[in-house]
Design a binder for this molecule. Structure first.
Ligand code: ADP
Ligand code: MG
Length: 481
């Protein structure tokens, strides 16, 4: 049987507001446990929540970025359940009237140049819970309530994705949108963006959806991909062995690379949702929406198109460079300084990101800034050094040995473009290689193109890579033909 995978995502994004969604406590990450939760976060009797306006503005900006309807009257509800990290006994969230209605995000697919539309069912505002800590407590659990009340938007997609890589593409798009908008730091390692993956399978061609499971709390692209893969495999094996999938919540265990049942799926009415009597419905005026729309920054999609139109970049290069706003800004600054977008793109995607990956650095922490990289690129353009030598210079720049010019000077890396010197090198290699010369001269023009590589290689070796390759080729062709 041929199976098709169906995936719908629920993405939680922590908003980077100064204070919590219903209280004045700080949302800063990394403070000592239980120093950032106040009486409101704990729902002490007699306290009243006050909705954070910035959280609404952030959610509306997200809605506008995904072409969604903004709900002019949204309502908070209480979702009741018991958990040690939820001292209120309920989570304040939105159910019937979320702030952001249906929208969509277009993702790129494996087929070059083709995109796919993933519909967004809605996005709602809610508060985060605290954290249970299971280490260092000798058979007990610790509770840290600093995160309780941190504002989240939960983005719920329709089940429109059919591979793990489409799910990753969708998440990358969400990540790019929220960071371009500046409404979240998007830091997955700190839990600022995490997702639940709903996964089901069905025979290819069948319209009706299969029974899904929900894998909770995935917080890295790699885990999401692996979790979906093993869950799909598990469901296929189960069904092919004559079993059925139970609708349930599952947990991904990265060490064992397997998903495990956590609890059977609860229905909305298990939570006894009801409108929160302490919070009024939030009314958003058209003027607020219009003002936010007018102030929207350039979004990934628009930047991507502009990079193709204005700089002549390929769709592929543009999509890589616009995945993160910081990378896009870095590229643009470099390109502006060296006046060569293609070279700037190659260096940012090639040498620079290679270096950053290897050293586990973000581009904001790059040891080489855009002006410095542009200076290096300019030295390739004006033939001071070859692209190959430039890599050597770049490495030295990363080690803080100086600017491109200083390093080229100090290490004597200037390209040899002196025609006399190059002719002498060519003469020498021709004299030293009578067999190769004879072979070359006996060959047809097509073959000659290949054979000339030998001579170029010898000269580059002799000059330690510093001979101007264009000139070497020219002189060689002249002397050999
Ligand atoms: P609930 O509110 O009970 O979690 P929803 O129907 O709102 O359920 O769906 C939650 C998520 O599950 C959505 O992202 C949706 O796209 C996805 N989903 C629903 N049905 C399926 C299915 N059969 N296969 C995969 N994903 C699904
Ligand atoms: Mg759900």
């Amino acid at each position: 049987m041929q199976w098709e995978t169906v995936i719908g995502l629920e993405v939680h994004v922590q908003l980077s507001t100064q204070s919590k969604i219903f209280s004045g406590s700080s949302t800063a990450f990394g403070a000592e446990a239980n120093t950032q939760a106040d009486a409101v976060d704990l729902a002490m009797p007699g306290t009243l929540p006050v909705a954070n306006q910035q959280a609404f503005l952030s959610a509306i900006m997200f809605g506008l970025a995904v072409d969604a309807e903004i709900e002019k009257r949204s309502v908070f509800e209480r979702k009741n359940y018991f958990y040690p990290d939820l001292p209120k006994g309920y989570q304040t969230t939105q159910l019937e009237k979320p702030i952001v209605g249906p929208g969509h995000i277009d993702i790129s697919t494996e087929e070059e140049g083709k995109s796919k539309r993933v519909r967004i069912h809605h996005a709602h505002l809610e508060e985060d819970a605290g954290k249970s800590l299971h280490e260092d407590f000798h058979g007990m659990s610790g509770i840290d309530l600093n995160r309780a009340g941190t504002p989240l938007i939960e983005i719920v997609s329709e089940p429109d994705m059919s591979t793990a890589s489409e799910a990753i593409e969708f998440l990358k798009k969400v990540h790019a949108i929220v960071t371009y908008l500046g409404i979240s730091d998007g830091d997955m390692s700190q839990g600022s963006l995490r997702c639940d993956a709903n996964v089901s399978i069905r025979p290819v061609g069948q319209q009706e959806l299969g029974t899904r499971t929900e894998i909770k709390n995935l917080n890295s692209f790699r885990f999401i991909e692996k979790a979906i893969h093993v869950e799909v495999q598990r469901q296929i094996e189960l069904i092919e062995d004559g079993g059925t999938v139970t609708q349930e919540t599952r947990l991904y265990d990265a060490d064992k690379n397997e998903t495990r049942s956590m609890r059977s799926k609860e229905e909305a009415n298990d939570y006894r949702y009801f409108p929160c009597p302490d919070l009024l419905p939030v009314i958003v005026e058209q003027q607020t929406i219009d003002n936010l729309r007018a102030a929207m920054p350039e979004l990934p999609e628009q930047k991507n198109q502009r990079f193709q139109d204005a700089f002549g970049l390929s769709a592929y290069d543009a999509s890589i460079l616009t995945e993160s706003r910081n990378v896009a800004d870095y590229f643009e600054a470099t390109s502006e300084h060296c006046k060569d977008a293609k070279l700037a793109a190659n260096w940012v995607m090639g040498e620079l990101s290679g270096y950053l990956n290897k050293n586990d650095l973000n581009i904001e922490d790059s040891p080489v800034d855009p002006t410095q990289l542009a200076e290096l690129i300019s030295r390739i353009k004006d033939n001071t050094i070859s692209g190959k030598i430039a890599k050597q210079v770049f490495e030295a720049m990363c080690n803080k040995e100086g600017s491109a010019d200083q390093i080229i000077e100090a290490k004597g890396l200037k390209q040899v473009s002196d025609s006399g010197a190059i002719e002498a090198m060519v003469d020498k290699v021709i004299a030293d290689s009578p067999d190769q010369v004879a072979q070359y001269q006996a060959a047809d023009p097509d073959k000659r193109k290949k054979l000339i590589g030998y001579f170029v290689g010898q000269i580059m070796k002799a000059s330690k890579g510093q001979a101007n390759p264009g000139q070497v080729n020219q002189v060689l062709a002249k002397k050999l033909n």
